[in-house]
Design a protein around this ligand. Structure first.
Ligand SMILES: [Zn+2]
Length: 387
């Protein structure tokens, strides 16, 4: 997404370290101190110690040494891992996500999947895209011993492309350290996004995709405090468009000819779209996802939070927020939220692709291939690489 094209306004929030801590998916103080755009010093980032979300979300690191050795060429080695099946499907029916990490840049791509067998399909298309658009061949793929990559289709594909498939020892998936650690990081950030916003669990896909979007833009000690984005694109990512996940926002309606219609749509901020240039929003009234470029954010209000359990993420600076809510009668969205329109987040979410122009074929209930993989095309990967 081109950051400069977005029109957004932050209402009732100061540019405090705590606000940026929330926008960045509850990143550590050491990471925030490395972001020169934030002008955050160590005394300011001390406030993060009192964050109530971090202790709920973060898990200790894996007891395996961090390898700092990296390939010098992008896509020479990629690390892959499949997570799932999760006990709860997303609102679009996804139960897995496939993570692909470029060894050189640590740039990460996440794909939500309905079925385990979809992993090899997505991987084949990712490799084909890299070959066509970057004129480089993936030489080595590292994974754990997951059967999803060792089936006949996978073996034949790797063999035909001359790709070496390295796997970790049986029962020691930690040897697939890069992908394992990336999974843990993704899940830590995704949990923080969920706890901060109280979004229902069926929105875990949006949490994971947003976590990936943020992690790609955060500096890492493994990269000499550069971000994967900077390693991959050779430029520092702009963070000025980042907002607090799950907060209340209003999308401006630009083309309504009725002078007495509402001029904004109350929505919930659910991530960053790269399909279109804009924010991914969830319409509170219609319960449909849409993308908007003109958005006013209320980053201290989380519509999915139950009113009796609201603990402000950071102190409310004025009382305009409350009066604004009273005036507009913002509904508190119930946790069961069964009427969510089935939208494939891969179509609209931050790390996946521009297939909005492609008709999805009808879904057969017995088909092992989900609509997402049936409609995958080169443009599927394209948007992710272009970011
Ligand atoms: Zn935190």
């Amino acid at each position: 997404m081109s950051d400069s094209c977005l029109s957004s306004t932050v209402v009732n929030s100061s540019d405090s370290s705590m606000l940026w801590h929330a926008r960045l998916g509850h990143s550590s103080s050491s990471t925030m101190n490395k972001l020169s755009q934030l002008h955050c010093n160590s005394s300011q980032s001390d406030h993060i110690k009192h964050c109530g979300v971090c202790p709920l979300a973060k898990q200790s690191r894996l007891p395996f040494p961090i390898s700092s050795s990296r390939e010098s060429i992008p896509f020479s080695i990629i690390h892959i891992d499949l997570w799932g099946a999760y006990r709860v499907s997303t609102h679009s029916g996804h139960r897995y996500f496939l993570t692909i990490v470029d060894d050189h840049s640590r740039m990460t791509w996440v794909y939500l999947l309905r079925f385990k067998n979809d992993a090899i399909v997505v991987l084949k298309q990712f490799i084909a895209y890299v070959q066509t658009h970057f004129s480089v061949s993936v030489k080595t793929i590292r994974s754990d011993n997951g059967s999803e990559f060792f089936n006949t289709e996978g073996k034949e594909f790797f063999s035909s492309k001359g790709i070496v498939h390295q796997s970790s020892c049986v029962h020691t998936p930690q040897q697939n350290g890069v992908a394992e650690r990336k999974h843990q990081h993704l899940l830590n950030v995704a949990r923080a996004l969920k706890f901060q916003s109280s979004v229902p669990i069926k929105f875990w896909g949006e949490c994971i995709l947003t976590a990936c979007y943020l992690i790609n833009r955060l500096p890492s000690s493994v990269l000499g405090w550069k971000s994967p984005f900077e390693m991959f694109y050779h430029k520092v990512p702009n963070l000025s468009h980042l907002r607090v996940f799950g907060c209340l926002c209003y999308a401006t309606m630009l083309n309504d000819s009725d002078k007495f219609h509402a001029r904004a749509i109350p929505s919930i901020f659910m991530g960053y779209s790269i399909v279109q240039k804009g924010y991914l929003l969830f319409n509170i009234k219609s319960r449909k996802f849409f993308v908007s470029r003109d958005v006013v954010f209320h980053e201290q209000i989380f519509p999915f939070q139950k009113s009796d359990s609201v603990v402000p993420l950071f102190p409310l600076s004025t009382n305009i927020v409350d009066s604004d809510c009273d005036f507009l009668h913002i509904p508190v969205v119930q946790d069961d939220c069964t009427s969510v329109e089935q939208v494939d987040p891969n179509l609209v979410s931050p790390n996946v692709s521009p297939m909005s122009h492609i008709e999805s074929p009808p879904v057969s209930p017995v088909s092992p291939i989900s609509p997402i993989t049936q409609t995958l095309s080169t443009s599927f990967i394209d948007s992710q690489l272009r970011s």
